[in-house]
Design a protein around this ligand. Structure first.
Ligand code: UDP
Length: 381
């Protein structure tokens, strides 16, 4: 098989699995997927802890989307179960609904409010900044200094190891502020988890007679051995692909501590954020949203780190400038050697799970157009 490959895919995460599945199913290509880890599904990987409770090994992945076609595509490989993504923030020894909503404001300022009164309260506190240039300015201009310091400043410092004033506005800007009582973390139309978990979903995608998967296999071990007939899809860190020749891009890493409890539930909701206490940023009891029934539970405590496996690209000006130079190299490599760079690490961009799958489907379309002629109407048919 190794010398008989149409498409080589580096990375068995969501992008690699989707492109492998599409290439095998739609184009009939022989696909080899390699991953340096011992498992598939990338950072979406989930597995049972020793007490049998399903956990998200690399932090919570709350699947949500507004894209019905995407959901229909994924539904070929899994059923979904509705999920309630509710987060609270631990501030001044109390739990507050987060993102900030009307209930948070009432609790924080100690008086009943309606939407109009809340808007007045925020208007009196907002720092007038017309075009926020960074995350600090963005949050100050939205909710003022007290709420910024209580809910955002220290969480962001812990999470990124960088001050919010050195991060793009959209880092904190992606969290909404609501003047109603909606306590959901996000507002997407579909909020649901794959029944049986993400690993099972992606395993179904790879279960195809034209796809072979090689785990515990680093891309460097095969890149000079295998010459795919058509293309390569690379989902690893873009700087690593080029031997860090322009310098290393910064990544934020994470550490997880999983603690089992012999009670059915430990937390009132799936996630609690700790902006101002402890070294860890958040505790996650994923059982709240996986749909699993189990008499015991597991809570994971998540701590950010500057070293270790790369998780998050760090969105600030210098890293964007360095990535732009790597991107030029990547584009030349695509044109010259049909190597396609797709995903969070390869495109140095934070994607939610639905977004990264959309990227994968778009990347597959580009490949399909290049190798199969006529443009396709839909990547999921
Ligand atoms: N954030 C914060 N306080 C919180 C939660 C988030 O300041 O309680 C900031 C932080 O900088 C974080 C960003 O908002 O990186 C985006 O948060 P989100 O929960 O969307 O990040 P994710 O968990 O998806 O990485």
């Amino acid at each position: 098989m190794l010398d008989d490959v149409d498409l080589l895919v580096c990375g068995a995460g969501p992008v690699g699995c989707v492109i492998a599945e599409r290439a095998a199913t739609v184009l009939g290509w022989k696909v080899l997927v390699v991953d340096r880890r011992a498992h598939i599904a990338g950072n979406c990987h989930d597995s049972p802890a020793s007490n049998g409770v399903l956990v998200h090994n690399y932090g919570p992945h709350y699947f949500r989307t507004n894209d019905e076609d995407l959901l229909r595509y994924l539904s070929r490989f899994t059923e979904f179960t509705p999920a309630n993504y509710e987060v609270r923030s631990h501030v001044r020894g109390e739990l507050f609904p987060f993102p900030i909503n009307l209930t948070t404001l009432e609790q924080f300022f100690g008086r009943p409010l309606d939407a109009e009164a809340a808007e007045q309260l925020l208007a009196a506190r907002r720092v007038p900044i017309t075009n926020p240039a960074n995350s600090e300015e963005f949050v100050l201009s939205r909710v003022g200094r007290e709420l910024y310091e209580a809910f955002y400043l220290n969480y962001t410092l812990k999470q990124w190891g960088v001050h919010p004033r050195d991060l793009d506005p959209q880092v904190c800007g992606r969290v909404p502020v609501r003047l109603d009582r909606d306590a959901r973390y996000v507002g997407h139309r579909f909020q649901m988890m794959p029944k049986g978990g993400f690993t099972a979903l992606f395993a179904r995608m790879l279960r195809h007679r034209k796809i072979r998967t090689l785990l515990n296999c680093d891309f460097t071990e095969v890149r000079d051995l295998i010459r795919p007939r058509c293309a390569t899809v690379y989902c690893g860190p873009v700087d690593e692909y080029f031997g860090n020749r322009l310098g290393k891009l910064p990544y934020r890493s994470l550490r997880f501590e999983f603690v089992a409890h012999q009670t059915e539930w430990r937390q009132p909701c799936v996630q609690i954020n700790y902006p101002n206490d402890f070294d860890y940023t958040r505790s996650v009891e994923i059982k709240h949203v996986t749909g699993q029934r189990h008499p015991e539970t597991v809570v994971s405590y998540e701590t950010s780190a500057s070293t270790g496996e790369p998780f998050y690209p760090v969105p600030h000006r210098e890293s964007a400038a360095l990535y732009a130079r790597y991107r030029e190299l990547a584009e030349a490599e695509t044109a010259r050697n049909s190597v396609y760079f797709c995903g969070r690490l390869a495109q140095y961009r934070y994607f939610n799970t639905d977004e990264v799958i959309q990227e994968a489907l778009a990347c597959f379309q580009t490949i399909r157009r290049r190798f199969a002629g006529a443009p396709a109407s839909s990547s999921t048919t």
